[in-house]
Design a protein around this ligand. Sequence first.
Ligand code: GCW
Length: 661
Amino acid sequence: MPLPVPVLPEGVDPAWLPPAAFRAVGGRRTLIRGSGPLVETVHGEVAEACRRFGGRVVRDAEAEGGAHDLVLDLGADAPELLGEEGFTSAREGGTTTVTASGGRGLLYGLFHVVRLGEAAFTGEWARERHHPALALRMLDHWDNVAVHPVMGQVERGYAGGSLFWEDGRARGDLERVRAYARLLAACGINAVAVNNVNVHETEARLLTDRIGEVAAIADVLRPYGVRTHLSVSFAAPVVLGGLPTADPLDEAVRGWWAEATRAVYAAIPDFGGYVVKADSEGQPGPFAYGRSHADGANLLADALEPYGGTVHWRAFVYDHCQDWRDRRTDRARAAYDHFVPLDGAFAANAVLQVKHGPIDFQVREPVSPLIGAMPGTPLAVELQATQEYTGQQRHVCWLGPMWSEVLRFRHQPESSVGELARGGLIAVSNAGDDPFWTGHPLAQANLYTFGRLAWRPDAEPGEVLDEWIRLTFGPGPEAGLHAVLDGSWRTYEKYTAPLGVGFMVQPGHHYGPSVDGYEYSPWGTYHFADRDGIGVDRSVATGTGYAGQYAKPWAELYESPDTCPDELLLFFHHVSYGHTLHSGKTVIQHIYDTHFEGVAEVEEAREVWASLAGLVDPERHARVAERYEEQLRGAREWRDQINSYFLRKSGVPDELGRRIY
Ligand code: GCW
């Protein structure tokens, strides 16, 4: 039986799968071959498209000769090496053929055809192979089951409540989750962790007596090829099992995890595995027992191993109680210092999940040196789609170019970050129960781009953006949309913290400027501005030595302010305001100029958006227009606070004599 496509609740935006995106497929004659649950999903999709656009779809058993415009073929002659997720596509003699050897491959092949639109049925081409570069393409949801007194329903969530949880339990009606799974499949995402990595009391119990709720979610994600993962507490044997210890080398603890994991698989046979934040920002971990993080990760890896599951062990381990007076402790060094000595000690199904930068998802950071320094460990790279530090989905900030820079970065010539991320690419989700899914309608582009880059880390981000625009908006507003999104990350960078120095945000919620907000805090995120200069000396010669964590040539390049790229100068060096950048400007003049430019660029983008009024549906248009007002207000606030702060500190006037307060 074909699986009916999910019905969107009234008023919910169809995002990149509006009915019109299926016009080309829906008007054609399609033959589907093969069997299995995902074939039913594919059938349901094509049947719905045909219902709308007048085409027809048959299964192999019913086919009585006759011509087909599209053949979706599972099994049969599918070439080897395609794997469960790959597919081929070819067009010959008026028929487009997609073959796959696994159900997910067939589904991805269908969405490939949908993306091509009419082009899928035009001309001829020889067999092309498509398969994902990375086997795991996952979203981590920082969703709480019970509303947290400080962090709310979704930690760092800017898109309403959780898609999965409400009022302390799994939602009874999961139709919207089904629609979410469908959107994820259409951009290639195949795994979701359904709860926050900060595992509070209620959430800890999802692992045991509340696993049924997770299973219900898994049931609706599965038909779209999305596997379910769970964040668990390292202290679970104590808090749930009543054991006196969670020591990873204790036999009773090992037995407890083995039994708990057996029960999880009894409820969710294709369960993906655990995500763990241990010894990080107050979460429990192996340090309490004098054990290493490899001991901790391997404990869970061993429990998951019989079922083919994976533990994603986060490398976000640092001292969050440091003394701002102590300039030798450097948070940027922490992940490398903790984990590199453990290279080779992790089990094959223990994946170390590393944030892309060494600090915390700032608008500009160097690529984490850890990623290039653990050849004997499966690594996953974590990005942040939720815009905690990049405008909280009130500002337009399309992160495609930043992510692409990270994925193409080469610590050493042999391999890019995209290739080193053998354990997968992960993003903290930016979606919630908001009618536009992501609060800001244009933030949908980040979710989509993430999925496509996880499939092909070397994809051209601008092309992915155009793909998203075409699917979501159809013909008409493409040029305007491209214009407002393409440069939006650099615009955001211009009006916020300069030259890679980071933070300068309001403490706690992290929205809006506060130059010294974290300067005297225990969090390890400082800029050290004084009357003469600014920046953090992370050189080996005179600073914290962080630059030395890179392989050559980066270690040398970052070591000296003469060779360090401008955009990272203040991340690596403390320099005077008069220091001349490669651009030819002084640091202080750069700060003034970029902050004026950033605001001007937002003003311009707002105008471009206004000009799209008749070309974009009214609700979307209005929501974005409203957010541009807030973005402009926010950008001006950033500009004026940053410029005033540095004029007052340095006493150096703006060469152009613009208004600074
Ligand atoms: O970016 C920081 C956030 C925390 C988050 C933490 C992490 C889930 O401010 O809210 O906690 O990182 O990645 O664990």
